[in-house]
Design a protein around this ligand. Sequence first.
Ligand code: IZC
Ligand code: ZN
Length: 437
Amino acid sequence: MNTGEQLIHADLLVEDASEVVTFAGEASGNGAVGPRAGSSMRNLGMISGGSVAAYQGRIVAIGKAHEVREKIQLTQDAEVIDAKGKVVLPGLVDSHTHLVFAGSREKEFIQRAEGKTYLEILASGGGILSTVKATRDASHSQLLEIGLKNLDIMLCHGTTTVEAKSGYGLSVEEELKILRVIKDLDRLHPVDVVSTFMGAHAVPREYAGDTEGYVRHVIEEQLPAVKEEGLAEFCDVFCEEGVFSVEQSRRILEAGLALGLLPKIHADEMGATGGAELAAEISAVSAEHLLYSSEEGIHKMAEAGVIAILLPATSFTLGFGRYADARAFMRAGCPVALATDFNPGTSPTLSMQFVMNVAALGMKLHPAEILCAATINAAYGLNRGDSIGSLEVGKLADMVVANVGTYLGIPYKPGTNIVDKVIKKGRLVVDEGRLVV
Ligand code: IZC
Ligand code: ZN
């Protein structure tokens, strides 16, 4: 007991983990504040034999087990979790998903296996457009039910914050319907859901052959309606050959920014279109995919402080045989994040663990870099680096207790859920891999 000093109240104690991966910043003496680039991505801020204490949803103490015990006073109904032999890490942040949709696209697996490309399937009215039809046919409550189930699975796999893009509505009313579902998901589910408007995901049938007309519709009708209801924080565009050009993407993202929606961009996924350069030019919060970005685009992104959100599960699913060059971004000083890209066409996985496995095996990233990309850098990719993504006093108590003795084991077992417990805002929500709420 420390006499003299006031003890800190705690209603949660996760105690004596073999390793606590904190990614703590400067204030804790462990490294830089802000997103991590280059070698600092390996700076785990590791505490061996560590504990984390929280009170009313926020972290109040963190350190060696005995130090934390000396600092805190547990409330009467406090939850004490024994983490011996396990690893504690920040809750995973999935910074790129297309969470809200109806229907399924198993058939595209077969079409692709038979040699059709993603863009060919889209151009023939399938792909995104088939999901648009199913989603338009679904009610708010049906979409909500599907979304809640998917969030349950994400949470069981360790995700505590997720970004969700609209983009399967492609009209004012249908985009608003999806964004209202996203808002309700955030309200109803323990996982925090961050909303991105993506009316410019594809050109709907009504505008077939008139991409320009649809771009004007997005700018003049959809964006103001989204703004009016305060339904989105970010605006995203599918900038790709055959979808929206760099010039059209610029106009949409600038119009969004003028209404206070921060830019994100699907860039250089299937070819080098100059998406990375555009992301830098408009100071996007993040650019995503980035398989074909030019060396110049990568450097410009680094200079402009754009986060590179890489989506290796999509490369894997589409059988690209190619991944984004994570090392090139890291060398240039651009912070790298990882996300699932969860969607029914190109990345049907809900698991950030699977993404981490592919990042290890396909992109050859180090487990420490992978964890950084799935936590603190991803948090910055959602503009939430000050509240989540690392384990530090004052931040939300979002944590995963993993059934591994060392962090090296986290991206090591493909297809296996290594999550033992998940704590969201100081509350135990997953125990022994199962939901307890
Ligand atoms: O439904 O195909 N790339 N958008 C851009 C997607 C994939 C989602 C989809
Ligand atoms: Zn996407």
